[in-house]
Ligand binder design. Structure first.
Ligand SMILES: [Mn+2]
Length: 336
């Protein structure tokens, strides 16, 4: 953990500060970015902007941003200068899941994914054993004796809660400690509205589409959501279909723009979903993640058909789990 003086000196001379989350930010990334913004404002009187790329698509995440009044800027609406300073949360320079231009060396990186080799940043606080970046940021606020406002506490609590499924997976002492510390400070009412959000009709249409394209093989749920405009759906359905009582793995895939996005989830806590994600994304894409939850994308070139790429990709994944190449996938729900 860095002192506020070290952070101040890393940001010295910077005119505008931008806090980057990973693309299609999840509650952990959003909460962590908001806490960095608060830390800079309260302790250093420095203003900053939170920047994301992609979509905020999941209903819970939309509700979080709206109800807690978190101000985020889409990358397409932001202009940098050579005096700008950059901070990355819940991701790292060189990861395929963020849009920080590769020539930029950030001033500070705070994350909980495995540390990328030869990392370039002025300050790097990466703790791979911690369950959520929100826990790390809560530590920064507490250590700097900052009072945590109700909405920020709610965001951080939900960040930890959603990332660790209520402290039940991939959890460290830090997560447990700050989950308890934040709990009396949150708005139960707003948290409830975030955890049980209202759903747009589009969600149900996508759910029907997904249900028609779910396959079950041995112990694996495979969800092909087809072409969608929001990559959050891919991860959302992956989590959802892993709920099937006989499934220990779930893979979901969906085409967004010229990329095939994928998510992996497993019930097996000793698995390494992140490693599998890195392997199957290969040279044409990017993948990574944690033990039980991972994801990434591969490029689809113009001459490739989405369906062919998808089928090849599913095979690649099943091979990683030790299944033969010519598996026959049967629909999970028969439509007859
Ligand atoms: Mn995270």
């Amino acid at each position: 953990m860095y002192s506020i003086e070290e952070i101040a000196s890393a940001l010295k001379g910077k005119k505008k500060i931008f806090i980057f989350t990973h693309n299609n930010p999840d509650p952990d990334a959003i909460a962590a970015a908001w806490a960095v913004q608060y830390l800079l404002k309260e302790s250093l009187k420095i203003k900053s902007k939170i920047v994301y790329d992609g979509f905020i698509g999941r209903a819970e995440n939309k509700a979080m941003v709206k109800l807690l009044k978190i101000k985020l800027f889409h990358l397409s609406n932001i202009k940098f200068s050579n005096k700008s300073g950059f901070i990355l949360v819940d991701t790292q320079p060189g990861f395929g899941n963020n849009s920080l231009p590769s020539q930029i060396i950030p001033s500070l990186v705070i994350d909980h994914h495995p540390l990328k080799k030869q990392q370039k940043s002025v300050l790097i606080d990466v703790r791979k054993d911690v369950g959520s970046t929100a826990s790390i940021l809560t530590e920064y606020l507490v250590t700097n004796n900052l009072e945590i406002p109700k909405n920020l506490a709610t965001a951080l609590f939900y960040g930890i809660e959603s990332e660790t499924q209520g402290l039940s997976i991939e959890t460290d002492n830090l997560d447990r400690q700050y989950y308890k510390l934040l709990f009396p400070k949150i708005s139960q009412f707003l948290l409830g509205k975030i955890q049980y959000p209202r759903l747009e009709k589009e969600f149900f249409l996508n759910l029907r589409k997904a249900l028609n394209n779910v396959y079950f093989y041995k112990n694996v749920m495979i969800v092909n959501v087809g072409r969608v405009d929001n990559p959050d759906l891919v991860s959302e359905f992956c989590t959802f279909f892993l709920l099937y009582e006989k499934a220990s793995w779930a893979l979901s895939v969906g085409g967004v723009g010229n990329r095939l996005f994928f998510s992996i989830r497993t019930q097996n806590r000793r698995a390494n979903a992140g490693r599998i994600a890195r392997k199957i994304s290969g040279m044409k894409g990017s993948g990574g993640g944690h033990e039980t939850s991972a994801g990434g994308w591969i490029d689809i070139s113009p001459q490739d058909k989405l369906e062919t790429i998808t089928q090849d990709f599913i095979k690649k994944f099943l091979i990683q789990l030790g299944y033969k190449e010519d598996v026959f996938l049967t629909p999970f729900i028969s439509t007859e």
